[in-house]
Design a protein around this ligand. Sequence first.
Ligand code: IVH
Length: 669
Amino acid sequence: MPAGKNIIDKVNQLKEKLADADYRYYVLDEPDISDIDYDMMMKELEKLEAEYPELKTADSPTGRVSGEPTKKFEVVNHEVPMLSLSNSYNYEELDDFDTRIQNLIPEQNYEYVCELKFDGLAVSLVYENGIFVRGATRGDGTKGDDVTKNLKTIRSIPLKVKSDTYKNFEVRGEVFIKKDDFEKINEEQEIRGEKLFANARNTAAGTLKLKDNREVASRPLNIFIYYFRTNDKPPVSHFDNMEILKKLKFPVNNFTKKVSSIDEVKKFCDEIEVKRDSLPYEIDGVVVKVDSLAQQDTIGSVAKSPRWAIAYKFKAKQQITKIKDITLQVGRIGTITPVAELEPVFLAGSTISRATLHNFDEIRKKEIRVGANVKIEKGGDVIPKVVEVIKDKDFSKLKDFEIPDKCPVCKSKLVKPEEEVNYYCVNYFCHAQVQGRLEHFVQRDAMEIEGLGTSIIEVFLKNNFIKDFTDLYELHKRREELIGLERFGEKSITNLLAAIEESKKKPFEKVLFALGIRHIGEKTAKIIVKHFGSIEKLESASAEEISSVYEVGPKIAASVKSFFEDKASLQMIEKLKKAGLNFKIDESKKVKFNGNFKDKTFVLTGSLEKYTRDKASQIIEEFGGKVSSSVSKKTDYVLAGEEAGSKLDKAKKLGVKIISETDFEKMIG
Ligand code: IVH
């Protein structure tokens, strides 16, 4: 049955509301609806589109993540080549640039637009009839890869623009990952035992080339647009273009500024360099562009870069210093990480005296030795890295670093699994591990027990108030003793005990993450909890079952299994359960989340593939719906399986909504 006017209106309304919510959240940073409302609208739209496939258009927000993985990216020819910029590294070079401009457009007034130089990768987005139809990487400048599907996952990119003037155009911009998102992704990689990304830019580049856009969607890509080209109504200046783009609801960076002299450009560069470290995304300089498009045309381009623009690059965030010593850190799961103790140097806003060396393989490959001069760098993350050793004349006199065989903390023998680069201390009771597990448990992204920092944990361990995190929930019994401790008072202990009590409300996914099971980061914990729902179900699941969950591989499955095989883990869970922590999904939240079931009447007919009738009925009721045995006008949904008979016919006759098993699964999330 084709969709009636009401349905069409409803679908259009939902699309518009969702696009508006994306704009407010991702471009303006002023969200105005809750996540739950957003999800519910999205579910409703998905459902309607499943029912009326003809209403699913290219601009639908449901298409932001969809379809089969891409096998091979198609090649896209850029209609206008994507040029690069020539660089300048100091203000004399900026003056030279300005002189060249004066000579190229003699006796003309001109203005510059200053922008940030984002450290990501350039992409082109083509719109036809107001619809985003094709997105491509820069490639070699003349042709790139068609990454439309991946770009659609970036919610600040409008899938459709509403404008009477501008319908057919191209925009270009820089795709990037924010600094803190990059750190999260790397933490997640580390916990899962996967390779770390070198910096935010590489992460963004790698993500844009992923074949599965579901995976892309799980990595938060962003974009700033800095170029507009159209024949619809030829624009006159770059700055005006940016204003037009803002009106068309594209994400344009707010620092973009028009100035009228090279001195003002320098001032802008100074101001931005100071702000650089505090920006949430990486930049490596400032881009200066002649504002007038007519003047840009006159000035023209040479080889691969325009003469009307230049990049002013900030000083490299690198320094040379000496390695005084190499010490070892023991992580919460016993991982040994070598750390370079450096002669302190000032680098991009702070004094650096330590840098991670990652593992012994790195030390060997880079020939890192105590006493060597090294180049260090601050990348996308805050922790500095040793880039390379300077092989000066004294280098050959230095001794190779010897891999230690004992844990620096508990002195037990170190172990190196064959397939890994890391060495481990395998003494579960090693002080460093106990401390590490506790710090992990109480951190903000886990149980969020405020007031329980590194030094307080140390004091509690030393004074035998706790042996592990399960003891935290017994601490209230020793309130008076705690108040008596040096440095503590009644108020701080009261607050701390209240924070511990409050942590019991944390949802299951946070608890699972807090347990510190190897390879289970925040994201994996969420996925596992969503799939299994309770610790009992997870415990009884087979390794195959666990690894078949999307994004959970065999490594994670093996780790979960080995965790549950350990009696100590089971005892720990029992203790935490007794304390009142959550080990299953909060069903009351689920009802709210799936509000589209509330008070709705379902009729089941035919046979379902994955559910028995009883199971399907139970789910409907759990989500707040009702199940009835006969179809009437009051029926909201008929869930039809294979070989559905008269009930289906009746539903069709009465115009009752018919849903498939797949629709049903989508509804229950
Ligand atoms: S304009 C011809 N503006 O820098 C103009 N590029 O070296 C070239 N980039 O490929 C693009 N921020 O990836 C422009 N505000 C900005 C930019 C920017 C970063 C990148 C872009 C480009 C590269 C050129």
